[in-house]
Design a protein around this ligand. Structure first.
Ligand code: F6R
Length: 614
């Protein structure tokens, strides 16, 4: 939530910061702002709205300067308006800050600063922080870096900040706790950003700050890292980035979401590339190999995640229990961390997160580690906080996911989790050789089957047109496809703002069936493998109450075709792999309905891609 960008070097900062903000807009898009230093003074523009609105607003200021910081906001404290937008000045007007995170004890600090004569323009915690830094500078008579370090020891909360002081115009001070912060290192220039996408065309070298680290970024000097707690020296680890520009652009698609839906065959292949050697009967996963005993001796696996990643966790529960015969519990990370869970050193916790930055998931990991559990991460973003915080892990290798609605993250998470379950099933000896080989071979066919599922796009567009004005929708599935029903409903509600509910199909008669009438579209996953006859009975119950049935069926199915108003076919596969296919039409349906309703598909209202606040 919130994206921050900064530049200090020899180029004009304005276009770099603006373009960087556009790339980070997925992190929040309530409001945006920029501050530039022209060698003489700070010129600042900020506005409610998107970076496009900021570009207009910035016409009112001088856009000159080779130092700049910018911010795109997802509001936490204070409504999204011009005043609450970042950057924020200190009272003297000499310091300016951008901040991603929350300062929890800001009220107490604000009261104290008010007593000392400080005034505040905005309702934000960030304006309090910059004035605290200024107060420390004055009372302790220290330079910016030291003042930031002292001030941060007085705050409780999470932050990735960049601070500029007019009196020290050759440096920017940055610090991190809980929110991500990357520094791109070029020749005679530095970039600051919440992720590497704003500077990928300028440099492949980056330093990711660890929690409780700060850096003084000074022109013509090496960056200096320090520990916030005690001001001791820390040493930067320079990473070579693998990301390329193409991956973060739309590549001819109207929206990132559509591009990412279509990327799934490639993304799934990338996920198992080098891991799945079907003809040799091998699954290579170093994170599992090195910790096999922990998994095999575990009393149970606890999966924690949020949103779509939680749905992938629910699919994994079926996979691990069904294939590897290991008991699994799946928890919302936000609930887990606050309910005093019983965790022992015999538990293995798997944290699933696309961004690797979700605050609740991170907190759940920390809790599990404190209680002695072994923690394994399934993340997409390389070097993310969760990837670093876990004991071991496996990346999904889906490539950057920029559309706020998660698509390829879901299918690649399921792919990784399936590989893990298969590997454990083999090691436990609960799988026959022939069944194991059948799974490995079938998994290799999934990318081409996803391609096939994508071919229904035109039909799905027609169906979307029929139901685009619905106000409510139901999604039903059983077994492995119950979580897919939940995910289908989430996709629809988050991008088209149509109320949608996912249910296990058999639960219908315990309440939700009362909702069914001729206006209610019901999306039912009714693939041949997996409680098919039972789902057909559920479809009949809906039909006899005049509900509209849109069924996702296995290729060639005739029985459901006779009952349903519309059918969308997916290729046949093993039951536990069906979620990788059945989810595709539901993603496309939500996408087309949202486009037809003129919704902002990639940046749905009130949401942000990476939820770094609890
Ligand atoms: C929905 C969606 C969210 C995320 C959730 C967790 O489309 O994107 O529900 O799945 O915020 O995010 P990560 O996976 O980054 O932890």
């Amino acid at each position: 939530m919130c994206g921050i960008v900064g530049y200090i070097g020899y180029r004009e900062a304005f276009p770099i910061v603006i373009k960087g903000l556009q790339r980070l807009e997925y992190r929040g898009y309530d409001s945006a702002g920029i501050a530039l230093f022209d060698g003489n003074q700070i010129n600042l523009a900020k506005t409610k709205g998107k970076v496009e609105d900021l570009k207009n607003k910035a016409k009112e200021i001088s856009q000159k300067g080779t130092i700049g910081i910018g911010h795109t906001r997802w509001a936490t404290h204070g409504v999204p308006n011009d005043v609450n937008s970042h950057p924020h000045y200190s009272n003297s007007g000499e310091l300016v800050i951008i901040h991603n995170g929350i300062i929890e004890n800001y009220e107490a600090i604000k009261q104290e600063l008010t007593k000392r004569g400080y005034t505040f323009q905005s309702d934000t915690d960030t304006e309090v922080l910059i004035n605290l830094i200024e107060e420390v500078q004055k009372t302790e008579n220290v330079k910016l870096g030291k003042a930031v370090q002292i001030a941060l020891n007085q705050v409780v909360g999470a932050y990735a900040i960049a601070v500029f002081d007019k009196k020290k115009p050759d440096e920017i001070v940055v610090a991190k706790l809980g929110s991500p912060l990357a520094i791109g290192i070029g020749e005679g220039e530095f970039f600051i950003a919440s992720d590497a996408s704003p500077f990928i065309e300028f440099t492949n070298n980056a330093v990711y700050l660890e929690d409780e680290e700060m850096a003084i970024i000074r022109l013509g000097k090496e960056i200096k890292l320090r520990k916030i707690k005690d001001d001791s020296v820390a040493y930067p680890r320079i990473l070579e980035l693998q990301m390329n520009l193409e991956e973060i652009e739309k590549g001819g698609y109207d929206h990132f979401m559509l591009k990412e839906i279509y990327e799934q065959p490639r993304a799934i292949k990338d996920t198992y590339r080098g891991r799945l050697l079907a003809n040799q009967g091998i699954i290579r996963m170093a994170g599992i190999d090195l910790n096999m005993e922990k998994f095999l001796n575990a009393n149970r696996i606890i999966i924690v995640a949020c949103g779509t990643s939680w749905h992938a966790g629910l699919v994994a529960e079926y996979i691990f229990e069904d294939l590897a015969r290991i008991p699994v519990e799946v928890e919302y990370a936000s609930e887990f961390r606050y309910r005093n869970p019983v965790i022992t050193d015999k538990d293995v916790l798997i944290a699933i997160s696309q961004s690797g930055e979700t605050a609740d998931t991170l907190a759940a990991i920390k809790l599990a580690k404190e209680k002695g559990a072994f923690v394994f991460g399934v993340c997409n973003v390389v070097g993310s906080s969760i990837a670093r915080e876990t004991d071991a892990g496996a990346y999904t290798h889906a490539g950057p996911e920029i559309g706020v609605a998660s698509t390829k993250a879901f299918t690649t998470q399921i792919t990784v989790l399936t590989l893990m379950a298969l590997k454990l099933a083999k090691a436990k000896g609960v799988f026959s050789e022939s069944r194991y080989h059948e799974y490995l071979t079938e998994l290799e066919t999934i990318p081409s089957k996803v391609e096939k599922a994508l071919e229904s796009n035109t039909l799905i567009e027609i169906i979307a047109d029929v139901y685009k004005d619905s106000t409510n929708c139901l999604y039903l599935g059983r077994g492995y496809n119950f979580p897919v029903a939940l995910e289908g409903a989430l996709k629809l509600k988050e991008i088209s703002y149509i109320h949608a509910e996912g249910y296990p199909a058999a639960e219908m008669k315990h309440g939700p069936i009362a909702l069914i009438d001729e206006h209610m579209p019901v999306f039912v996953i009714a693939t041949k493998k997996g409680h098919y006859e039972k789902v057909v009975s559920n479809i009949q119950e809906i039909k006899s109450r005049k509900g509209k049935i849109i069924a996702i069926v296995t290729e060639g199915d005739e029985q459901v075709r006779d009952l349903a108003d519309h059918v969308i076919e997916v290729p046949e596969t093993l039951e536990s792999l069906t979620p990788l296919l059945t989810t595709i039409p539901l993603q496309l349906l939500s996408y087309h309905i949202a486009v037809m309703r003129n919704c902002n598909v990639d940046q749905p209202r009130n949401l942000a891609k990476s939820v770094t606040v609890e």
